[in-house]
Design a protein around this ligand. Structure first.
Ligand code: ADP
Ligand code: MG
Length: 468
């Protein structure tokens, strides 16, 4: 009696059940590699979250800096204008006499005294007083006093209508050549009047750095509040996001684990059925076939050839049923590689494919015997691959090869069937096709990788690498 399943036949009653229990206990799906990978994924997600937060922080920082500089500058300019008005009307105008119009040196010297004592300071660095014709009647820069220049439209408008103007000084103008050393300046001008009501133009030049300073002062007082609040928000959010991401990963993990457990549970069930079949029906039928064969021989010896023929036919039919049952048992029960060699287990699997009319080729080139876990994984892969070829491919030939190299074992199952689009896997998964998905889970858990190369009408290659 050779059915290619000798190891199963040799198993004593009860052994299969014991094996089932052992297999069930060995396949613990969670491993530290997975949780390390999980932590990495979570860390990457949090990194991205923090990066987005940091970018937002920079943008808000720049925007507040710009806005507060603007506000600060506007405030500083307003301050300069009011300071200019107060000084022009409160201090300079009372000190102006009509003698200045005529260029009286004594009057100018007196005005100079007032201006140096009360008007000029750290921020107001230059004063010019013009008449409408464009003559500088007085400046604290003595070289300018008495010079003549063309007044601009803004200045004339200010003299005529009394508006107070403020603008950045054009240091390229010749009348401003003595101010170049101060750097950027803000000039404020407004009309003042002599006692005889002659309108003059009072010009005050302020250091622009003070204006800018006021802007950054404002920013410095704003920044800690607005940016600090953002930083605090981010700091509070990161641990929350971290814990959410971790919980999400955990749920995902749990789902995978559940799927895994469900598959495991069905394995246990199958082993139970296989064991019951083997120890019950198959043993009984084997006994019956044996007894019938003996009876047929007896009948033949007694000359009743017709009865002998019928009995022998029955025995034959029962042996056929036993073969079918054995093949079914092998289908649903994964072999124990302590007892069966990997090669012969795979050969048995292939035999079933050739029974179904496929042209098969098997090429196993392994220098060392496989570890139990690798053998089981590759067996399971072959089983799933063959099942897919038989169920879906309508193939005419099938090649299985197992090679070893660089610390990994490589299994390839190639059929020439109608193929499919592997990108459709999520769709077929949604339709309840879990074979390849579950297999990929197992292979990844073991630190290996699974590739499906296929295209419609182009056959299918299932390739699995497992570390040894
Ligand atoms: N060798 C193959 N040839 C053609 N189609 C295949 C092959 N292997 C898988 N498929 C396609 O991929 C789908 C998913 O396969 P699988 O995950 O094993 O689920 P199931 O076998 O339960 O349908 C199959 O339904 C089939 O359409
Ligand atoms: Mg399948």
């Amino acid at each position: 009696m050779t059915f290619g399943l000798r190891p199963l036949l040799r198993a004593r009653p009860g052994t299969l059940a014991a094996m089932s229990r052992r297999h069930a206990a060995v396949d613990e799906p969670m491993n530290p590699r997975a949780s390390f990978a999980d932590r990495r994924v979570v860390a990457i997600q949090i990194g991205q979250f923090a990066l987005v937060g940091a970018i937002a922080l920079v943008i808000v920082g720049l925007a507040t800096s710009l806005a507060s500089r603007r506000v600060g500058e506007r405030e500083a300019i307003t301050d300069a204008r009011s300071s200019a008005v107060i000084k022009a009307q409160g201090l300079v105008q009372p000190a102006i006499t009509d003698g200045i119009l005529a260029g009286s040196k004594a009057e100018i010297a007196r005005l100079d005294g007032v201006i140096r004592r009360d008007v000029l300071d750290g921020s107001l660095v230059r004063v010019k007083i013009w008449n409408r014709a464009g003559n500088i009647l007085y400046s604290d820069e003595p070289l300018l006093t008495g010079e003549h220049y063309q007044l601009g439209a803004g200045e004339l408008r200010s003299i005529d209508s009394g508006v107070i103007e403020a603008e950045v000084s054009d240091l390229a103008k010749p009348e401003n050549r003595y101010e170049v050393s101060y750097g950027k300046l803000l000039e404020v001008y407004l009309p003042i009047h002599t006692p005889s009501q002659t309108p003059l133009l009072f010009e005050a030049y302020y250091r622009y750095s003070l204006v800018a300073q006021s802007g950054s002062r404002l920013w410095h007082s704003f920044a800690p509040i607005s940016l600090g609040a953002l930083v605090m928000l981010e700091l509070v959010q990161i641990p929350i996001a971290w814990s959410l991401a971790r919980r999400l990963r955990m749920r995902l993990r749990e789902r995978e684990l559940l799927l895994h457990r469900a598959l495991e549970a069905s394995d246990v069930e199958r082993r139970q059925i296989a064991s019951d079949l083997h120890d019950g029906a198959v043993q009984d039928l084997a006994g019956v076939a044996y007894a019938l064969s003996a009876a047929a021989r007896r009948e033949s010896a007694h000359g009743s050839e017709a009865d002998s023929f019928i009995i022998e036919k029955s025995a034959e039919s029962i042996r056929g049923s036993i073969r079918a049952l054995r093949s079914l048992i092998a289908d649903i029960y994964p072999p124990d590689f302590d007892e069966v060699s990997f090669d012969s287990a795979i050969t048995d699997l292939m035999a079933r494919a050739s029974d179904r009319g496929l042209h098969t080729e098997l090429d196993i080139q392994l220098a060392d015997p496989l570890a139990d876990s690798a053998a089981r994984l590759l067996y399971r892969t072959t089983q799933e691959g063959l099942r897919n070829t038989l169920d879906h491919a309508e193939a005419s030939s099938l090649t299985v090869s197992v090679k070893q190299g660089n610390g990994i074992a490589i299994l390839e199952i190639v059929d020439d069937g109608r193929g499919f689009d592997p990108k459709d896997t999520p769709k077929s998964r949604a339709q309840g096709h879990f074979g390849l998905v579950a297999l990929r889970g197992l292979v990844t858990d073991a630190g290996g990788r699974l590739d499906v190369r296929s295209a419609p009408k182009a056959g299918t290659t299932l390739r699995v690498e497992v570390p040894l």
